[in-house]
Design a protein around this ligand. Sequence first.
Ligand code: GLA
Length: 725
Amino acid sequence: MNKRLASALLCAALLGSGILRADNIVISNRKSSILITAPKGESPRIQYFGPRLVNPGDVFDSGSAFNDPVYPQFGVQCSRETAIQATHNDGNMSLELVVESVTRENRDGGQVTAIATRDKFYPFYVTIYYKTYPDCEVIETWTEIRHLEKKPVTLYRFASAFLPVRRGDNWLSHFHGPWGAEAYLYEEALRDGMRVIKDKDGVRNTQNSCPSFMLTLDGRPDEQHGMVIGGTLAWSGNYRIAIDNDNAHTTRIFAGINEDQSQYILEPKEVFTTPVFAFTFSDEGKGGVSRNFHRWARLHRLNHGGEQRSILLNSWEGVSMNVNQEVMDQMMADFAAMGGEMFVMDDGWFGDKYPRNNGTSSLGDWVVCKEKLPEGIEGLTASAREKGLKFGIWIEPEMTNSKSELFEKHPEWVIQQPHREMHKGRGGTQLVLDLSNPEVQEFVFGVVDKLMTAHPEIAYIKWDANMTLFNYGSTYLPRDKQSHLYIAYHRGLENILKRIHAKYPGLVMQACASGGGRINYGLLPYYDEFWTSDNTDALQRIFIQWGVSNFFPAVAMASHVSVDTNYQTGRKTPLKLRFDVAMSGRMGMELQPAHMTDEDKAFARRAIADYKLIRPVVQQGDLYRLISPFDKTGYASLMYVSPEKDHAAYFVYKLEQYHNMPRPAFRMAGLDPQKRYLVRELSLDGKPIPQDGKTFTGAFLMETGLDFEVGGEYASHVLELKAAE
Ligand code: GLA
């Protein structure tokens, strides 16, 4: 049995593409494997997920096979949680899926294995896909559901993925937080019962909780050691990740769209495709999971993932909605003099009948406000060009206000329900447009298309979305498909983004949603970055960025220097800390430079020049998180290392200040132990550390580390390491 099985598995693994004849399917990348048994006419079963299998037969001989359905369905064996539940038109609520075929093909830079199943009785089909890449460790999975029954079938459950994990001392790391405190890290040992991570905002799915998690396979979570799996749902709408522990042997993970209030009426021949669930395995702790996701993002999932980002000044915290040509000119001139590369005009530039002066009006009226900007957008792009800057602009195209020309013309375009007064958002007037409606999709696409056609010099768009989907109901969707709105909204959004992406492939876009409300991989194929949080307080950003960095690379993480009595927390921190925190992500500024002293401007000029030195390694290097702010040692540190290990950037921040508080060792990671590195301090506002200009081996830096004083409260250091020739 063993020999036969092994050769069947080998045969399956060797087949590059085409129909897989073997019953046993191994899906592997460099470090991990999935093993599935899929005999024709029988239920496909997932047997294993974990470290790469050398001899898949070991799974069976060792007794560790899961033998769980690949896509658990409600029906015959109906006592467990399920990935899919469909009610046929005759009232039968069950499914019994068996294998029709298993195929493998190369598609878009990866290899896709497709397990096609069919119900034993009904012409109801589910294909389960797994995609691996030769150049990264992430596996994508999703499903396609369709049927040829005579009448519609109602889907009540439709997970993207099911993943079993051997139950043991499993710890969950997940990320929660409201507006201004997004993505805080929480870690807990998994207990009996079901742990659900979910969102129901309808528009901004990461404002309270993130559709991403890590799970250790063997004990407490650690940054550098241990076996950890990580998963993230690539979807911008409501989600539900359920981790079910009702069994002594297996922990079962279900991830997908949140089906609450979203039952889907599937017409004959219609294909329902679930969003991608991306997951990865690491034997280098949580840090390994993060690096796997970052690499996947940069290579396959993030718009312009491999490209360097511009250093920008955004006008929002500097002048709020008080934009005009003169102030924009002055901000651009000051920023250009500091070495900046792009200027982004935020909210306040639009509205004809109702000029946008506060949050109560004008969304939807995307024409320039001539009172504020008599020379129009041309005046701004010309000014930017003259100063050697690129130009970007803010829009919030999915929204309107009841005080707007758009709403006056098209009240039916707004999400609403009959017989009820509308619950409005920001300014007491904000409303969400119904993106399920193709006419509305056309309008939203047109917002960008008109701007870009008239002003091809626009290099960057900050796309905001500041409201929850209230007043659930659509004038477009038919009566019996009102429950499609949460899903149709996001499919509509994706349609629009796909069109923009196809027509303006060079355009850089930022996903903002009241700050970090849209940090998800569903949107990142169309956006280059996200606004990490409206909270720009450098101290709190250390925590927020730490959380976000678990899944998203620094190149996508917008991080801006703002003023020293922070608007959100009221905290005063040194300009150096504000720069040093911003430098660990996609650095920018968000203040009125006219309010800076000459000394501050001179420091900013030096820090911007220094950021340019480490930008390639911060934005494209491997992240090593070293001292966690959540560990409450009073310090935090992290570093980025180039893939060749010849260049690195190290950051350390002081979070608290007590007399004689112990100092942790500043050990590094990810370096080449054999190489010698020259250490240089950057972003200097005083004397450099004593080790500045000296050379150390990678081994010493990683095992012993450097020992230097980190000044008082909110002090920080940025070090550049270069391998000596
Ligand atoms: C939201 C965003 C901010 C800013 C304002 C403008 O709050 O998160 O960054 O763009 O809208 O109104």
